[in-house]
Design a protein around this ligand. Structure first.
Ligand SMILES: *Cc1c(COP(=O)(O)O)cnc(C)c1O
Length: 448
């Protein structure tokens, strides 16, 4: 479906048909499954969502980082359609399928590290995280799992236990999985160990290593899991050398280092995997979100000796590596390669950061601008001196104002004061700039 790549607002937003659907939704779907935007999609293509009222919205959310190659990318749709007509499901454990094996080979080749690797598939990011931890525990015969402040790893029991933020992800859902230990993350704008932007990595690293040694014990730690750039936690780019220091410590003590690249991977941060820019080779890497280009699939890729440690039958699931989703994922990887989207993520991302820095000069409320590649965000503050987070209601007004003018954006952050930008890597530069202008106007309106 080819929709003109243009913003077009034809009704108030939400329009009457979206409102009708939302009345039905309220009576049929629990409120716990929240909606950020009260609109209903009719169709989508490239960087545009068309709602049921005919409004065309510039999409800076991409289904939470899922459409790096754009909505309904023709190559992805046709690969999925071809596979749909061949075989939709036999379950990999019953009879294998070609896309599963071919996709495993591709990810083994793409993931960092010049050693033999293996890949297994599941359906969601949370499941990939759960499996990565199961494998690390099995292979090390240790139980401890180290995670970080501001982390998001999903909503299943173990993944939720690893996730940092209580509201809305954990409130009321305990008891949580045991043997999960949380350390501060080197967040340079708000260094949790009292460092400056320059000393944040060093002080957080010293704190983390002391904590792992004194309070957990290296010989009890199966794995450390971290997001090379934190996603839901607020697009936090760790202070340089922090991740490297943690990875080196893991290597020294036989701790499995897991990079959760579910949001940062597949070109979002300018590389196949954001960890590449840290000079770190993870033992295991998790992928999901943009891997399937909209179809649900997640992957765990890791060192062969770790991945093969588990006995036959110890891993898997009914739908993992579904052939339609795997065929779509192969087309996503092809498109990233053939269209040079890693390079494009870096160049367009540099342009985007520049634009955001200009905006920061005009708007006091923008305390920090950060990101890498097309994984960028602005952090909003009530006061640049104290860095007190902007109240969530004002941030929400910005998001709503942008939507009213035809641009879909998302917030993030432990303090709910970050606006993250996740346009497709394929977005036209003019459309990107237009979306940024709408966002800037929304900031001016909501904070003026
Ligand atoms: C979204 C996300 C997850 C969870 O993925 P789901 O598919 O929602 O289960 C895990 N880790 C990171 C870094 C994520 O961004």
């Amino acid at each position: 479906m080819d929709i003109p790549q243009e913003r077009k607002v034809v009704t108030e937003i939400p329009g009457p048909r979206s409102r009708e659907w939302f009345a039905r939704r309220a009576a049929a779907v629990p409120q716990g499954v929240a909606n950020i935007h009260p609109i209903v999609t009719a169709r989508a293509s490239g960087a545009i969502i068309e709602d049921v009222d005919g409004n065309r919205l510039i999409d800076f959310a991409t289904g939470i980082a899922v459409l790096n190659v754009g909505h309904t990318s023709p190559a992805v749709v046709s690969a999925a359609r071809r596979q749909l007509e061949l075989d939709t499901h036999t379950c990999f454990h019953v009879t294998a399928n070609e896309p599963y094996i071919a996709l495993a080979e591709r990810l083994n080749a793409l993931a960092p590290g010049a050693f033999p690797k293996r890949t297994m598939f599941a359906n969601s990011g949370a499941e990939a995280v759960e499996n990565a931890i199961k494998i690390a525990r099995y292979a090390t015969k240790r139980t401890g799992v180290v995670t970080f402040d501001h982390a998001f790893h999903g909503r299943t029991l173990l993944a939720m236990s690893l996730t940092a933020k209580v509201m809305p992800y954990k409130q009321g859902f305990g008891p949580f999985a045991p043997e999960v230990y949380r350390l501060p993350f080197a967040y340079p704008y708000r260094c949790p160990t009292g460092g400056t932007e320059q000393t944040c990595a060093e002080s957080c690293l010293a704190y983390a290593i002391d904590e792992m040694h004194k309070h957990i014990g290296e010989e009890n730690i199966a794995c450390v899991i971290l997001e090379p750039i934190q996603g839901e936690g607020g697009f936090i780019v760790p202070a340089p050398e922090f991740v490297k220091g943690i990875a080196d410590y893991c290597a020294e003590h036989g701790i499995v280092f897991i990079a959760d690249e579910i949001q940062s991977g597949m070109g979002r941060a300018g590389r196949w995997f954001a960890i590449e820019d840290e000079g770190v080779v993870p033992d295991i890497v998790t992928s999901a979100k943009s891997l399937g280009g909209g179809l649900p699939i997640s992957a765990v890729t890791g060192r062969a000796e770790l991945m093969d440690a588990v006995h036959p039958g110890g891993l898997g699931g009914t739908y993992g590596g579904n052939p339609v989703a795997a065929a779509a994922a192969l087309a996503v990887l092809d498109q990233i390669e053939s269209e040079g989207l890693l390079e494009r993520s870096r160049t367009l991302g540099a342009h985007l950061l520049e634009r955001l820095r200009e905006m920061q000069r005009r708007h006091e409320v923008i305390g920090d601008v950060r990101g890498r590649g097309m994984m960028t965000a602005i952090e909003l503050v009530a006061d640049r001196g104290t860095k007190e987070p902007l109240d969530p209601a004002t941030g929400t007004r910005i998001v709503q104002e942008a939507l009213r003018n035809g641009v879909v954006v998302l917030k993030a952050g432990t303090y709910d004061n970050v606006i993250r930008l996740l346009p497709p890597l394929t977005i036209d530069e003019g459309l990107l700039d237009e979306g940024l202008e709408v966002l800037e106007l929304a900031i001016a309106t909501a904070t003026g």
